[in-house]
Design a protein around this ligand. Structure first.
Ligand code: NDP
Length: 244
């Protein structure tokens, strides 16, 4: 299949692993970042060095107009988007009883509104072409809940309801929409966790370790490919056996 893939939040962590994997799968890739230009430029050079067409863009997913413009520019410069991945996300943990409204809003705006903005923008041309695949990165926190992460869990659970609904809306047009819910993955987002907290978390993971971004990207690669033509409206967990 291949063609053009678009990844929001592709400059670091899970998004970067998706950019690398989708490029290896033969896609030309457009990816976005918010502020870390250095990481974005480094990745852009790396991917271009493979002979793949690649476009890095500074696009804040909370800005719907900027997202629409990014999607239109990608289609103009690289061609029709066949696979889209939403990975842009933040955490701002805190207990509900003391959570400032701004912290709630920031997380919901980036992690849920941002997904809506990207999916709306890519789904429109996909519907017209009657093909495409959309993969949204949620979290086990959105499936199971997590103390101290109510804002994050609410956004990630929202993605699950949104993604399943989107799949029902666009399925008749041959478009697939799926949600991936990772567990603890080693990225900058989780790098600040104190070692004792990590060890405690490992006790709840059957494989007793954190996942690698590439292990999430493998799943995204599958869902974005023609190997997954009957997979839609699914929530696929990738967490090394989390729970209990
Ligand atoms: P990182 O912090 O490593 O990377 C986050 C990426 O999102 C960066 O590219 C960042 O850009 C971008 N980003 C953040 N805010 C915005 C915004 N407003 N607009 C555009 N881009 C933005 O995070 P991870 O790779 O760990 O996480 C990726 C996704 O996976 C997130 O949705 C996260 O919630 C989810 N996830 C992560 C897990 C983990 O354990 N790491 C577990 C489960 C889910 P910039 O560098 O410019 O800030």
């Amino acid at each position: 299949m291949a063609g053009v893939a678009l990844v929001s939040g592709g400059s670091r962590g899970i998004g970067r692993a998706c950019v690398r994997r989708l490029a290896a799968d033969g896609f030309d890739v457009a990816f976005s970042y918010r502020s870390d230009e250095q990481s974005a430029v480094e990745l852009e050079k790396e991917i271009a060095g493979l002979g793949t067409r690649v476009l890095a863009s500074q696009v804040d997913v909370t800005d719907p107009d900027a997202v629409s413009e990014w999607v239109a520019r990608t289609e103009r410069d690289l061609g029709p988007i066949g696979a889209a991945v939403t990975s842009a996300g933040i955490i701002a943990d805190g207990l509900v009883v003391s959570m400032p409204t701004a912290r709630w809003n920031d997380v919901l705006r980036t992690n849920l509104d941002g997904v809506f903005h990207v999916c709306r923008a890519v789904a429109f041309p996909m519907v017209k072409r009657k093909s495409g695949s959309i993969t949204m990165i949620s979290s086990v926190s959105g499936v199971h809940g997590k103390a101290g992460q109510a804002n994050y869990a609410a956004a990630k659970a929202g993605i699950i309801g949104f993604g399943r609904s989107l799949a029902r809306e666009v399925g008749a047009r041959g478009i697939r929409a799926n949600v991936v819910a990772p567990g603890l993955i080693d990225t900058e987002m989780t790098a600040g966790l104190p070692e004792p907290v990590r060890r405690k978390m490992f006790e709840q993971i059957a494989l007793r370790r954190a996942g690698r971004p590439e292990e999430v990207a493998d799943l995204v690669s599958y869902l974005s490919s023609d190997r997954a033509t009957y997979v839609t409206g699914s929530v696929v967990e990738v967490h090394g056996g989390y729970g209990g």
